[in-house]
Design a protein around this ligand. Structure first.
Ligand code: ATP
Ligand code: MG
Length: 452
């Protein structure tokens, strides 16, 4: 392990004995996963944080922040790598609240280990000695790929609701399985997730949805979402989605209920559209409860996706793109949409077109786990290829005229936007129309004559 450690960390450990690595870097190393370039190094010691801080400065680290109450120091080295030092401690919690109410510093490693979450995250590596210390049997659990809590699961999950998300996230990223006790404890305390700040819940959910990137485990997001569902956490953070559990769908189209279909759609989708994939049918349970059918679920879904992601304080761009994709996912599902309408739809949503087509494919695949090309996607791609061949402008920047030229031809400034959009749609049907003279003549006819 020493061979992969940054030199200045080894230097610091020579000055401050004992200094241990703990958490993700030790766990991932023992799993055989390569450490990413931007790995964060969690370090700890019974020594007080001032001592570490002074020595770290001598070794060329700079301090980003110091939290005296928790004995935590965040450091950065000259190469920009991040380190988080925490002094050995035990924490006392007010039920479920992520931040401890009382902190007691200790010299005892086992006490420090027992304030952590899972045994796999409580293996220590003595940097100067080059030796592992394993107070709670974490190494055996890592070998067995098990997530076991550091203390009775009832206590661990009852203390800090964020651990509910961490359980699902580590299961996903590492390909580990929570043991029976961890699942029971998480289930018992699943309501504590309601006390965690939505930004934190969103950050963890995002990590779960992109968990395959961490160690390249293909089925990771599905595994994480399944843990959220099994523990009942999903019903708290995404109750609208969890309502689809057991909701049957037409067997000629679907092998799975609404929730399982959504989880699979998310698993089959690429990372950039996973929120849309997860939420694409979120309108179904709502429509079923309201009307007894799934009609207009895409439109309701759009509204609900916006509501859900706003509640989770997701970034505005993600909210608007996800909501639009949810609304659009049903377009031309039966393949009956007229070609010219498809052309207009593609131009209208060109900024999202690739993502929409991948969502449609993932949705199709998730119906019956059928990986063949979705007929609607095949049709739309063929139409798109025709449009490209014809030179159809797909966005305003590709149109043969611009706003200034239209205004020179007599179109009023306040009507220029509308005129450009109309010309773009007009060209959708026939790429040959994307000709400056022709378009200026059309604009002059439609947007100047009627006003004189
Ligand atoms: P990652 O690879 O994502 O960094 P990590 O296990 O290192 O995973 P961190 O969030 O960096 O996770 O935290 C470092 C260590 O601190 C954890 O391994 C765990 O021992 C402890 N820890 C962090 N958050 C919690 C928590 N909410 N409850 C208990 N222990 C925690
Ligand atoms: Mg870490």
């Amino acid at each position: 392990m020493r061979a992969i450690l940054p030199d200045n960390l080894i230097k610091l450990a020579e000055l401050c004995r004992p200094l241990y690595l703990v958490g993700g870097s030790v766990r991932d190393f023992l799993c055989g996963y390569p450490l990413p370039e931007n790995a964060d190094w969690d370090i700890c010691s019974p020594l007080p944080e001032e001592k570490i801080l002074a020595a770290a400065k001598r070794c060329g680290f700079s301090a980003r922040s110091v939290y005296k109450n928790t004995g935590t120091v965040k450091l950065t080295d000259k190469e920009g790598r991040g380190y988080e030092f925490t002094r050995f401690r035990s924490d006392k919690y007010v039920r479920g609240v992520h931040t401890p109410a009382e902190i007691i510093f200790t010299d005892d490693m086992e006490t420090d280990a027992k304030r952590r979450d899972f045994t796999a995250n409580a293996v220590y590596y003595d940097i100067a000695e080059g030796a592992l210390r394993d107070p709670l049997g974490g190494i055996a659990d890592i070998k067995k790929k098990i997530l076991r809590t550091v203390a009775p699961a009832d206590k661990v999950f009852g203390e800090d609701g964020l651990r509910l998300m961490r359980l699902a996230r580590f299961a996903a990223q590492l390909g580990f399985t929570p043991d029976g006790e961890a699942l029971c404890g998480a289930k018992k305390h699943c309501a504590l997730i309601d006390d965690i700040a939505p930004e934190r819940v969103f950050a963890e959910l995002k990590l779960i949805l992109s968990s395959d990137e961490k160690h390249d485990l293909k089925e990771a997001p599905y595994r994480g979402l399944s843990v959220l569902n099994k523990t009942g956490v999903l019903a708290h953070i995404l109750p609208e989605l969890a309502m689809g559990d057991g909701m049957r769908q037409r067997p000629d189209f679907h092998d799975h209920d609404v929730l399982e279909h959504s989880l699979r759609c998310c698993a089959y989708a690429p990372e950039e559209i996973r929120f849309a994939a997860l939420l694409h049918d979120v309108g179904k349970p709502f429509c079923m409860a309201r009307d007894g059918n799934f009609y207009a679920h895409a439109e309701e879904g759009e509204r609900m996706a916006r509501e859900i992601l706003s509640r989770l304080k997701a970034p505005a761009k993600l909210i608007s793109e996800t909501a639009r994709l949810v609304r659009l996912h049903m377009r031309d599902l039966d393949g009956k949409m007229k070609k010219n309408k498809v052309r207009r739809e593609m131009i209208e949503n060109y900024d999202l077109l690739e993502r929409l087509l991948t969502l449609k494919q993932a949705d199709y695949t998730a119906c019956k786990d059928d990986f063949s090309p979705a007929p609607a996607v095949v049709k739309w791609r063929a139409i798109l290829a025709d449009m490209k061949r014809e030179g159809v402008p797909m966005r305003l920047s590709e149109l043969a005229v611009n706003g200034a030229e239209l205004q020179k031809a007599g179109v009023k400034p306040e009507r220029t936007g509308q005129a450009l959009k109309e010309l773009l749609f007009h060209c959708a049907e026939n790429g040959a129309r994307n000709n400056k003279t022709y378009l200026l003549r059309r604009a002059a006819k439609l947007y100047t004559e009627e006003e004189t």
